[in-house]
Ligand binder design. Structure first.
Ligand SMILES: [Mg+2]
Ligand SMILES: [Zn+2]
Length: 197
């Protein structure tokens, strides 16, 4: 199988509005620009892979089944806009969960790299030449943990994260207004001109 590169995407605050712990699709407001962003990732030959911490499961706010339904509906919303998500990987754990199944200091909760490692083995991804786009410090650390390039978006918690990163003296590869601008930056950096398609 051919080795591929991925653009890993955080979900809440990056693809859609961060509203806390949604448990149904009607609470998921996908930013209008996200469709074009994912379409461009597809056209550029990268995999579009969502990696999302869903501790709402461990906290008892949503079940695994409900999360699956939300993710199926997100996938079909993107399909309707001719954009394709190659995978959605989520961490259900919460270290303080009252449910033993989810009470875990796991290796899949961002910034830990577990979700990327799982995606890499299932989808044959070269992590070091991949990108991570997200709105939180954890997303940037996740990207750096897998030696990918981390891009911060200023949607969601992006502004707060930017000042936290400045205090730490760390800097993302790029700070973008939103997901579409982040993807456009990747295309420029990779010298990919989609207008010739
Ligand atoms: Mg987020
Ligand atoms: Zn986990």
């Amino acid at each position: 199988m051919k080795i591929k590169r991925a653009v890993f995407l955080d979900r809440d605050g990056t693809i859609n509005e961060d509203v806390g712990y949604p448990n149904q699709f009607s609470q998921i407001n996908i930013y209008p620009d996200s469709f074009e962003a994912v379409r461009k990732i597809n056209q550029a030959g990268f995999l579009a892979v969502i990696v999302t911490n869903q501790s709402g499961i461990g906290r008892g706010f949503i079940t695994e089944g409900e999360l699956q339904v939300i993710h199926q509906k997100i996938e079909s919303a993107f399909s309707k806009h001719k954009a394709h998500l190659d995978g959605i990987y989520s961490c259900p754990h919460y270290p303080l969960s009252s449910a033993p199944l989810y009470r875990k200091n796991c290796s899949c909760r961002k910034p830990n790299p577990g979700l990327a490692l799982q995606a890499a083995s299932e989808l044959n991804i070269d992590l070091e030449s991949s990108y991570m786009i997200g709105d939180k410090v954890e997303d940037m650390l996740f990207g750096w943990n897998i030696k990918a390039s981390s891009i911060l978006v200023l949607t969601g918690f992006g502004q707060k994260s930017l000042s936290k990163l400045k205090k730490r003296g760390t800097q993302p590869a790029f700070v973008a207004k939103n997901l579409l601008e982040a993807v456009n930056w990747i295309l420029r950096r990779e010298k990919i001109d989609l207008t010739i398609f």
